[in-house]
Design a protein. Structure first.
Lengths: 248, 322, 298
């Protein structure tokens, strides 16, 4: 199968902390990959590196064979690699709907449009449809600042989805979301992603979610990828469980 | 939408009537208030992105001196041409300093704009052979497409001209603010990281805003210069820029009309204040600013909104453009 | 050769002055995270107070060299009175607020102080040049040089030295450094932070007033000093990196020497010297020479 995303020898330190060390990963088209590991293992750093938020000290990042190392997030996003955030990155001064509409406008190439209104009927319809999928439709006209944590988390993911990514990176998409909503939303989300063949990487602490929705799991520890395989095999491995996941 | 247009139309008719009925000196003040309102509108626009410009006099003076030079050196007297030249001068300055300014936020942006305006002030004062130094330049009354207004009607004609230009700009800004790019400005204030992660360029959006604001400021400067008939370096002195910021705060950011309302109130306030408290004018401004910051961050527009909430429907507001 | 020496000397004098006006600004920013736009007004206050003090002093016909104590006293009084008044009265209400809000609030303060000074001292210039003349000229390797300029260098050295001793060897000083490097610490500090902020702001005010006071004998003290000073101080601080004391020393020296070079060689460009240095530094290190670039966690 064709490799979409590849990292070679990715390394990054913050002072004395090694947040990524010689990370070599190949992601194939359409794969759904779970990223797991204890706090501070370097999962978020990995996403930050891929999307150009921080630069690696060493190593390369290839997207469909093109070197994208050192490109800014904006350019990488436009190439189709889109992410959502561990700490929701929203516009608290705008309403939920406006947050979505801006994402949709950006995707439709209207980012620099200074004449036509942001609210266009078909774009509003699209936004509402997406919001509905994330159980947010009722909050559409509320300022984001008033949304509870779980709602903001979901909106963050919804905005990423609105960009129609080729590769979607999600950083703990459902942390802070109530257990009831969690599986409901994940079910819809993963189904959409599967159907549209979006290559998906998601960081997740809830192993049940990983087990259900990942075809492949990367285990991070101290900035390294220490295990890589399908969830069944990996979670059966006692060493991985004890040392890395903290399970018995 | 229809109702919004109607609201705008009513306002324009109202202003036309007002200008023609008012006595000369208050019509003159109203003209200045509208011209300066364009600068304030620019300040408010940048504030949407979280940027405070303490050097808006830069664009004001650029437009004004462009008029001065055009009249003196090129013999251009046509108001339309002169207005375009003024806007062009503001745009030119914005083109040059925009790329640098667009990289900075917060205090950096504020101080850089202030520094640029002080540099221009220095140049205007020192290059007196070209600029007339602190004396400035006199500007002959403009003509309108070959027609010279009789002396006694010049004030009214200039008022209508300024009103038309201002109305045009307000409409432009209104369109801009409810467009994706306009929303991007507010998004930048809230979260630049996510703007970039939507694939949008923060610096490009800001640069475009600075260009718009620069051209609009230049136009304001030109209109102001035509009515006053004189330009001098005070146009770019920090006190002038400071007043724009003050009026922006006074009017509030509730609507595209707020800066104009603020500007009108301010212009009349100042005329009286100069009479009664010439030495404590700045202090008064400072105290009022603190009061607004502390008790009414929305500015005068909050008052208006309190009243208008009942008859809501036809105002143009920033937040809900459509 | 001789000219080079003069250029360097002039540069050093100017740098001393720049350090005095910018050290307080950067210190206050580092700890309180507020860029005080009224910093230039504190400088002007110092200058006015010093001018009045000196004139008063000589009116009494007192021992002339004692006028330097009058300068120092004026600066201290301004710092100790205005500092706490402003911190308690205004700044503490705006800590942690939106930067736009803080900017506007200190700008308002600047406007108020500007006219406040006009009310107290009027609009006519004050000439308090006697302390300047007292020191005559000294011979520096055969070159005559104004003694008062040497004194200014001394004052800057003392202020800088005192500041670095305070920071290195007192408990509060070390706390100040810790907060500059990691603002989160101030949250953990709880109630004590209020006193620390008060102290820091007062210290910064004293530095600004000191700069004004010792400049007063060299200039005519008139309204409008403040704006130039705040812009220059900001430029110096930005070159070094906001919040960095070492940075403000380097920034002051850099700008001082470049300006002096321009004054002697290309006087037309003198006005732009500082902005040129600032633009160059910001082009290559947008966060300034000494500040660390911080990445916001997402
Ligand atoms: N911008 C930064 N500056 C300094 N240190 C950082 C920065 N970003 C990450 N680190 C450090 O790098 C290490 C890896 O952090 P990272 O956020 O990637 O972990 P993580 O696996 O996402 O953890 P968590 O599950 O808690 O989100 C941590 O020790 C963290 O403190
Ligand atoms: Mg993380």
């Amino acid at each position: 199968m064709d490799v979409v995303l590849e990292t070679r020898g990715l390394t990054r330190t913050f002072g004395r902390v090694v947040a990524a060390e010689d990370v070599n990963v190949q992601i194939r088209s359409g794969e759904r990959v779970g990223l797991v590991g204890p706090n501070g293992a370097g999962k978020t750093t990995f996403l930050n590196l891929i999307t150009g938020y921080i630069r690696p000290d060493r190593g390369r990042i290839l997207y469909r064979g093109t070197d994208i190392t050192g490109l800014p997030p904006r350019t990488i996003t436009r190439m189709g690699i889109v992410r959502s955030f561990q700490i929701p990155q929203l516009y608290p001064g705008l309403t939920v709907l406006e947050n979505m509409l801006l994402a949709i406008a950006a995707r439709s190439g209207r980012g620099m449009d200074f004449w036509n209104p942001l609210r266009r009927e078909h774009e509003v319809a699209e936004a509402m449809e997406l919001l509905a999928a994330f159980n947010l439709a009722d909050h559409a006209e509320r300022p984001v600042g008033e949304l509870p944590e779980g709602g903001r988390k979901l909106l963050d993911v919804a905005m990423a989805l609105a960009l129609r990514p080729a590769v979607l990176l999600m950083d703990e998409p459902t942390s802070g979301v109530s257990t009831r909503d969690k599986f409901e939303v994940m079910e819809v989300l993963m189904e959409v992603l599967r159907r549209s063949g979006v290559t998906t990487l998601f960081v997740e602490h809830d192993m049940e979610v990983v087990y259900r929705y990942a075809e492949r799991v990367l285990v991070f520890h101290s900035g390294r990828v220490v295990a890589d395989g399908d969830p069944q095999t990996l979670f059966a491995d006692a060493a991985v469980r004890r040392a890395v996941l903290g399970w018995e | 939408m229809k109702l919004h247009r109607l609201g705008g139309l009513i306002l324009i008719v109202l202003f036309v009537g007002l200008g023609l009925l008012l006595p000369g000196w208050s019509r003159f003040l109203l003209t200045l208030a509208l011209a300066r309102g364009l600068l304030v509108l620019g300040v408010v626009l940048l504030m949407q992105a979280g940027l405070v410009s303490f050097g808006h006099g830069l664009f004001f003076a650029a437009g004004a001196y462009a008029v001065g030079f055009a009249v003196r050196d090129l013999g251009v007297r046509d108001a339309f041409l002169v207005a375009i030249l003024g806007a062009g001068a503001g745009l030119g300055i914005a083109l040059c300093i925009g790329p640098l300014l667009a990289r900075y936020r917060g205090i950096f942006f504020a101080m850089l704009t202030l520094a640029f305006s002080m540099i221009l002030y220095g140049i205007l004062v020192k290059a007196y052979r070209i600029t007339g130094g602190t004396d400035g330049l006199r500007i002959a009354p403009p003509a309108f497409l070959g027609w010279s207004s009789p002396e006694e009607h010049l004030g009214s004609v200039l008022y209508l001209f300024t009103l038309a230009a201002t109305a045009g700009m307000v409409f432009l800004v209104f369109q801009y603010l409810r467009s994706p790019l306009g929303y991007t400005m507010r998004a930048i204030r809230d979260n630049e990281v996510r703007v970039e992660y939507l694939g949008l360029s923060v610096s490009r959006a800001l640069y475009l805003a600075i260009l718009l604001v620069g051209a609009m400021g230049g136009l304001g400067g030109a209109l102001n210069a035509m009515s006053v008939g004189h330009v001098d370096p005070n146009l770019v002195y920090w006190t002038t820029s400071g007043e724009f910021v003050f009026v922006a705060l006074l009017g509030g950011t509730g609507s595209v009309f707020a800066p104009l309302v603020g500007s009108i109130v301010f212009e009349f306030l100042r005329t009286y204040a100069y009479k009664y408290i010439p030495y404590t004018w700045q202090m008064g401004l400072g105290l009022i600013m603190l009061a607004i910051l502390g008790f009414a961050p929305g500015g005068l527009w909050t008052l208006y909104e309190l009243i208008a909430r009942r008859m809501s429907g036809w105002t143009w507001s920033w937040k809900r453009g459509a | 050769m001789e000219q080079l020496a003069i250029i360097l000397m002039d540069g050093l004098v100017y740098a001393s002055w720049l350090f005095l006006i910018s050290a307080g600004l950067t210190l206050i920013y580092g700890v309180l995270r507020i860029l005080n736009l009224a910093h230039g007004s504190l400088y002007a206050l110092g200058a006015y107070a010093a001018a009045s003090a000196v004139l008063f002093y000589f009116d009494r016909g007192l021992w002339p060299p004692g006028s330097y104590v009058a300068l120092l006293g004026a600066a201290l009084i301004i710092g100790i009175v205005a500092g706490p008044l402003i911190e308690r009265g205004l700044l503490r209400w705006i800590y942690g607020r939106d930067p736009v809000y803080q900017l506007l609030a200190t700008y308002a303060l600047f406007l108020i102080l500007e006219d406040g000074m006009k009310l107290v001292w009027g609009v006519n210039p004050y000439y308090a040049y006697r302390p300047y003349g007292l020191l005559g000229t000294v011979q520096l390797g055969g070159i005559p040089y104004p003694g008062y300029s040497i004194l200014l260098i001394g004052v800057a050295l003392l202020a800088g030295g005192g500041l670095s001793l305070f920071i290195r060897f007192t408990r509060i000083g070390r706390l100040v450094v810790a907060i500059i490097h990691d603002p989160e610490i101030s949250v953990a500090l709880g109630a004590n932070v209020s006193r620390l902020f008060l102290l820091t702001f007062t210290l910064g005010t004293i530095l600004a007033a000191l700069g004004g006071a010792f400049t007063a004998p060299m200039i005519s003290v008139v309204p409008g000093l403040s704006v130039e000073v705040i812009v220059l101080a900001f430029a110096v601080v930005v070159i070094g990196g906001l919040g960095s004391l070492e940075g403000s020393v380097i920034g002051a020296l850099l700008v001082g020497v470049v300006r002096s070079l321009m004054v002697h060689r290309i006087p037309e460009l003198e006005l732009f010297a500082i902005y040129l240095v600032m633009a160059l530094v910001l082009l290559f290190r947008p966060q300034g020479l000494f500040a660390i670039e911080e990445v916001r966690r997402v």
